[in-house]
Ligand binder design. Sequence first.
Ligand SMILES: Nc1ncnc2c1ncn2[C@@H]1O[C@H](COP(=O)(O)OP(=O)(O)OP(=O)(O)O)[C@@H](O)[C@H]1O
Ligand SMILES: [Mg+2]
Length: 334
Amino acid sequence: MSLLEVKDLTVTHRGKPIVDGVDFELNRGESLALAGESGCGKTTTALALMKMLPEGLKQKGGIVLRPPGVEDPINVHRRTETGMQVVRWRHISLVFQGAMNALDPVQHIDDQIGEVIRLHERKVTGKQVKARIDDLLVTVGLTAKLGKRYPHQLSGGQRQRVMIALALACRPSLVIADEPTTALDVVMQAQVLQLLESLREELDLSLILISHDLGVLAETCDRIAVMYAGRIVEIGSVETVFSNPQHPYTKRLLDSLPVIGGRRGLAPPIPGGPPDPGDPPGGCAFHPRCPYSTDRCLEDPPPVEVGPDHLAACHFSPWSSWPEVEPQKVRVDA
Ligand SMILES: Nc1ncnc2c1ncn2[C@@H]1O[C@H](COP(=O)(O)OP(=O)(O)OP(=O)(O)O)[C@@H](O)[C@H]1O
Ligand SMILES: [Mg+2]
């Protein structure tokens, strides 16, 4: 049975959708990548799953969590703020985008982690909390004595590891990591990703990893959901989607990845920019930038099954081959 089931998740701002009918499931121990250009709604989706949207944004749709060892499913979408306080960090936690600057600058690291543990487990003794903190710091590849430092006495990579330790502090079954490596150098990026990967196996975690870096996602995740203008336009196993993309947007994203050792140069970037989420073009939101679009694309394409556990929302899926096209073709009639 799935750990998380998301059905028709919609987030609106002044009545206009920013996230528009997102559906997916996540199994225990599985990692799902959430990909797509800046502004497509990745962070908003993550915040909605935690019910932590900023004021002015409204969410609708079903979010059901079935943590191992918990008898009844948790209907996140029906929980009140008080009801969510026992779910957040305990069952689902989030490593925020740009999180390494979100630590309290005037509190020692171990006090910040201890506070999260005590908030959820009233009965733990001081000694147990200390042991848990030391353990967590070691788990994320730091030494226990770093707990006595202030955030500014740590490197960026160390601070990001502390954020992961915080997310793990109450042993949740689902961790959402929003661009956890973007601010790090390449070596540190690889280390933090390896850490997430090994924690997943060790702690039987499920992971939602958000990034616009497809290379990072391919290395770390089992499945991938590609978002465009607030919708999932393609979802499937990383292997399938990377080897046989079925949405023109995914295809273009993959074409713009450098091929190591390949003779081919980089494909030209996708022309134009993503639409304003408050004012998307009618029909398929990608059609003004899509080299394959026709008048049919002025109608909304529903997601169709293009293979086992592989969906794509394009009128022309499944594509048996990708016709050669003029890459710069952009419809101006949108
Ligand atoms: N509080 C808010 N009020 C109004 N609009 C918002 C708010 N938060 C986000 N948005 C809009 O919703 C859209 C999606 O934003 P979101 O932060 O989810 O994108 P993202 O995919 O995480 O992008 P990035 O890759 O840059 O982090 C954006 O166009 C953004 O301007
Ligand atoms: Mg974001």
